[in-house]
Design a protein around this ligand. Sequence first.
Ligand code: SF4
Length: 101
Amino acid sequence: MPDDRSFRDREADTWAGNVARKWLREAACVGEDPELFFPPAELETDPQVARARAVCRRCRVLLDCRSWAIEQGEDAGIWGATTARQRRAISREMRRVAAPR
Ligand code: SF4
């Protein structure tokens, strides 16, 4: 039987017992169309990105989500109101700041 629940609904179930990711249970995107968070182009001006970010802006766990995605190197989709390109830029900056001088 196909599982027609969204990607993040399934992840929330899978991760329900994982304390480190318990923030996912409070995610505002659970139940949303998963396609919304994985726009094909991920351009900053993409209306789909704007709609996904509108969901993120009302999410109580935005910062947990964003931090997790950056730490994991999540390279696809909108997480914590950021695109993959933004997360790569944040990671580069974090490495630059942390590098010994
Ligand atoms: S910040 Fe956005 S992507 Fe992350 S859990 Fe919340 S709604 Fe979902």
